[in-house]
Design a protein around this ligand. Structure first.
Ligand SMILES: Nc1ncnc2c1ncn2[C@@H]1O[C@H](COP(=O)(O)OP(=O)(O)OP(=O)(O)O)[C@@H](O)[C@H]1O
Ligand SMILES: [Mg+2]
Length: 472
């Protein structure tokens, strides 16, 4: 296939020269004299390469480039710069140019460059189409995964989704329980057009929880100046997702059990028994089995919920998903930065693979967001990652743990340090960076928590909620 090259320059002589020169090498060359005509050509037909002057009569070369990249036009770019325009040339490279040539140029030098950029572009395009294909093969609803355990979960969703039965989803925080629940809802043809109602049972007092779930009549309690439908009624004909069901008190557990068994309930302050038809999907990041054993969760409710149970493995047990998920989040974010951040270098990827991910996929998503914001250029390097994932020099993990060449107290000290660091990083995830709560949970004083965070280079702000407003 002949490859098409678009040349943009306001000097007719340069246009003519390039047309002849590159024509001799068998390329099909078109020329235009300003940025706007270049854009309309690029938008209307495919080109393999764009060779553009940086100073154009209408818009400058960098603007042209930025627009091309924003439009998602895949084309190699070489910029022509005047002598002494080095800084502008570097800016153009940042904006996504593949290379630059200073005018006046050596014909052979330019021909070589054209060949190299075209070869590189072809590789990028091939890789991109491979990536696309891979993501298609590994995606399911809004999720991606290649882990055999997750693929089994996806198969299960296809099997049981349409049945409309109650499902219990268990997994650590951030493993994707809500996405799984939505996929189950979408897999049920008889309900997917009905409402999807998600409700978090944690962090509400019993009386509030009851009126939220079952609704209330006017005057049922002080402040109840209107009657209100509860979540069960709102979800009639669809799916009710009861999140954090493990945190519900024994009294509420009894009430939930009744709806599950008979589909009937009364609004708070009401006498009329109401009946609903909604599918219940419950989720918990506590293991309900343990809660039952500890006497905190009714076993009859547990058995009623666990008709079908889906266990989501933590991210550290499916590390093969880390690169895939990272690429997936980069894709999602790629429209948010110019030029788009598209790659992760080897060292940064190694840090991602080594991290234990106590906050699972959500933590990874947040780390990629932070890295994209920090990235300098189109590639994420290790230093753009939050320090919690890629600790500074001298604190790298991965060195052999037990090195008998060193004295025992040192080796033991390192081990304790590792344990402390990981323990604290998990607490930071759990309490979203709140030191007071980490202290209360761990039995340490706030002062010593703060000191240890410093010692282990743990940046609590990385886990603050306001840093990632949509992070939880
Ligand atoms: N397999 C996946 N592919 C793509 N994105 C995912 C995947 N799993 C989780 N996510 C993303 O990770 C984040 C956390 O997922 P989700 O809210 O479903 O987790 P969760 O288990 O409900 O967490 P929590 O227990 O804290 O409520 C979301 O932004 C979600 O989109
Ligand atoms: Mg959730």
């Amino acid at each position: 296939m002949t490859r098409r090259i678009l040349v943009v320059d306001d000097e007719p002589l340069i246009r003519e020269h390039l047309k002849v020169l590159l024509g001799l090498d068998g390329y099909q060359v078109e020329t235009v004299e300003d940025g706007r005509s270049a854009l309309s050509a690029l938008r209307s037909r495919p080109f393999s390469l764009l060779i553009t002057d940086l100073r154009l009569p209408d818009l400058d070369g960098s603007e042209l480039l930025t627009t091309v990249r924003l439009d998602g036009i895949s084309v190699g770019v070489i910029v022509l710069t005047g002598f002494g325009d080095t800084q502008i040339a570097l800016d153009a490279m940042r904006a996504g140019a593949d290379d630059f040539v200073t005018k006046p140029f050596e014909p052979d030098h330019l021909r070589l460059l054209v060949r190299r950029v075209l070869e590189r572009r072809q590789l990028i395009d091939e890789l991109e189409s491979l990536r696309r294909r891979m993501r298609q093969d590994y995606s399911f609803h809004n999720m991606v995964s290649k882990s055999p355990r997750m693929r089994k979960v996806f198969d299960l969703i296809e099997q049981v989704g349409p049945l409309g039965s109650t499902v219990l989803i268990q997994g650590e925080t951030g493993t994707g329980k809500e996405l799984i629940a939505q996929a189950l809802h979408a897999a049920d043809a008889s309900r997917r057009r009905g409402p999807w109602v998600a409700f978090n049972c944690a962090a509400l007092t019993d009386s509030l929880l009851e009126s939220e779930i079952f609704g209330h009549e006017k005057g049922a309690f002080t402040g109840a100046d209107k009657r209100k439908k509860g979540k069960f009624e709102q979800a009639d004909g669809g799916t009710l997702f009861l999140d954090e069901v493990g945190d519900v008190s024994p009294t509420m557990q009894a009430k939930l059990l009744r709806v599950l068994n008979s589909s009937t309930f009364e609004r708070v302050g009401g006498t009329e028994t109401r009946k609903v038809d909604c599918r219940i999907i419950a989720a918990s990041n506590k293991r309900l089995e343990d809660e039952v054993r500890l006497g905190r969760f009714r076993s009859d409710l547990y058995y009623r919920l666990k008709v079908i149970t889906i266990e989501l493995p933590p991210l550290r047990e499916r590390t093969e998903d880390i690169p895939l998920l990272a690429a997936h989040f980069l894709d999602k974010l790629s429209t948010k930065s110019t030029p788009p951040v598209t790659d992760i270098d080897h060292e940064a990827m190694q840090a991602l693979l080594d991290h234990p991910w106590p906050g699972n996929v959500r933590e990874l998503e947040n780390a990629i967001k932070a890295a994209v914001a920090m990235a300098d250029g189109t590639i994420i390097h290790r230093d753009a990652l939050p320090a919690i994932i890629a600790p500074g020099p001298g604190r790298r993990r991965g060195a052999s743990l037990i090195d008998i060449a060193r004295p025992l107290p040192d080796v033991a000290g390192d081990l304790v340090g590792r344990v402390e660091r990981e323990y604290l990083s998990r607490l930071l995830v759990k309490y979203k960076g709140n030191v007071a709560r980490c202290a209360r949970h761990s039995g340490l004083s706030r002062r010593s928590v703060t000191q240890k965070l410093q010692k282990y280079d743990l940046d609590r702000t990385v886990y603050r909620e306001d840093v990632y407003p949509d992070g939880s």
